[in-house]
Structures are given as structure tokens and as C-alpha cells.
Design a protein around this ligand. Structure first.
Ligand code: ATP
Length: 218
């Protein structure tokens, strides 16, 4: 029973930063699978301008052909704010108490974790894998973490990444990945300025964006 990775996000749109994140964490931690969970109505940020159905469709297209990657549409179909702790609680009851779960976060998302609803409970439900992201160098994390998050980080940090195979939840592991300076914001801005975002995201996603005329308004 290798661990299952969980990658939540707005994916507005999904890009190569997300896909490399998932692939490298899966490889380094030897995950059985990475489940992409596109948000419906994200509680922590402004509502995305793109319909949940379009963001879900793009995630499905982007992961097609990778046997490690799956898509979980549960948050996309809900109009209520989707809290990660509720999604993980539901997943935990589906997979059972013994199955290891690993919530994958880029460093920016991890540094924000203490603002999430019932965030301490997340560690009872899953491990947390924190991956490098440009703009958030690892040697600045400690100084950028609020004290309650720093306390969890210091108490839970696993120095042996494969410890996520031993316990079902509760650890934090840092995963050094190739830093790709790509964000969905950058892609949306490029498209609105009429620039070509090729090679920042899969061609199939760029094609979907063009066919559905996404991100074209000012
Ligand atoms: P936006 O620019 O709209 O805020 P984003 O590109 O940060 O979007 P999200 O969908 O918000 O993408 O991110 C989902 C998850 O993927 C988060 O944990 C985030 O840290 C991570 N992530 C996104 N892009 C990268 C990247 N280039 N490198 C590492 N992690 C990333």
C-alpha cells in the first residue's frame, strides 16, 4: 500500500508547474498515484473567473496518458466552499485508516497553511509534502512561517522521505524539485495581453483555452 498523493488547486489553468510538481513528488516519494482535485469554490482566495467545469476538463486533458495521475471531481461539482479538511476526511474514510495519504503543496501554499480552516486537523488525516517553488527559497521558510506553523513544521519534519510509507499521516517532508517559474496568473495575464503561452502548459490545454475562448476578456 504505497502512499496516495493528493494535489488540490484551482488549476486556472493547469500548467507544467503543476504537472512537474506531481511527477517529481510521486517519483521521489514512490507514490502509488497522484489524485488531482480541482477546487470548486475555493475558500481562501477570490473565486476563479473560469468555470469549475472548464478547469476540471483541462485537468482531465492534462493528466491523460499518465498512469500515475488520476482526477477526483468531488470539489468541482459542489457550489459550497470546499474545505481541504473536509475533502481529506471523506478520502480518509474511503481509503481506510492504514492507507498513507500525502497532501502535496508548493512552498507558497504551505506557507499559507495556517490560514486554512481547521488546519491542524490536516496532519491527522495526511502527511504534507512541501515542494520548492520559485520565489520561496527554502532558507527563508522558517522566517516566513507564522509561529504556529513553524511549531508544527519543527515537530513533524521527516528527515527520511520514505517515512511517509510507514505511518498513514502526520509527517512533513520537504521535496526538492526543479523550480519552474510558471504560475496560472502568469498564463492568464499572457493570454489577456495576446501573448502565446506555449511551452508553459500542454498544447492540449492551450487548444482547449482557444476553443472555449477562455481568458480573453480584459
Ligand atoms: P495562481 O497563479 O492562479 O495563484 P498557481 O499557478 O499558483 O495559480 P494553483 O492551482 O493555485 O496554481 O496551485 C495548486 C498547487 O500547485 C499549490 O500547492 C501550488 O503551490 C502548486 N504549484 C503551482 N505552480 C507551481 C510551480 N510552478 N512550482 C511548484 N508548485 C506549484
Amino acid at each position: 500500500m504505497s502512499p496516495i498523493g493528493i494535489l488540490g488547486g484551482t488549476f486556472d489553468p493547469i500548467h507544467f508547474g503543476h504537472l512537474r510538481l506531481a511527477q517529481e513528488v510521486a517519483d521521489q516519494l514512490r507514490l502509488a498515484e497522484v489524485r488531482f482535485i480541482p477546487s470548486g469554490t475555493p475558500p481562501h482566495r477570490a473565486a476563479p473567473g473560469t468555470l469549475a467545469a472548464d478547469r476540471l476538463a483541462m485537468v482531465r486533458l492534462a493528466v491523460a496518458g499518465n498512469a500515475l495521475f488520476t482526477v477526483d471531481p468531488r470539489e468541482s461539482s459542489s457550489t459550497a466552499p470546499g474545505y481541504t479538511v473536509d475533502t481529506l476526511t471523506a478520502l480518509r474514510s474511503e481509503v481506510g485508516a492504514a492507507q498513507s495519504l500525502v497532501m502535496i503543496l508548493g512552498a507558497d501554499a504551505f506557507l499559507d497553511l495556517a490560514t486554512w480552516s481547521r488546519w491542524h486537523q490536516l496532519f491527522e488525516l495526511a502527511h504534507v509534502a512541501v515542494a520548492y517553488r520559485p520565489g520561496f527559497p527554502v532558507d527563508t521558510w522558517q522566517s516566513r512561517m507564522p509561529q504556529p506553523l513553524a511549531a508544527e513544521y519543527n515537530a513533524r519534519l521527516l528527515h527520511q522521505p520514505f517515512s511517509v510509507h510507514v505511518a498513514p499521516a502526520g509527517g512533513i517532508v520537504v521535496v526538492p524539485i526543479a523550480e519552474l517559474n510558471i504560475s496560472a496568473t502568469m498564463i492568464r495575464d499572457s493570454l489577456r495581453q495576446g501573448k502565446n503561452p506555449r511551452y508553459l502548459l500542454p498544447d492540449s490545454i492551450y487548444q482547449y483555452i482557444q476553443e472555449h475562448m477562455l481568458y480573453s476578456e480584459n
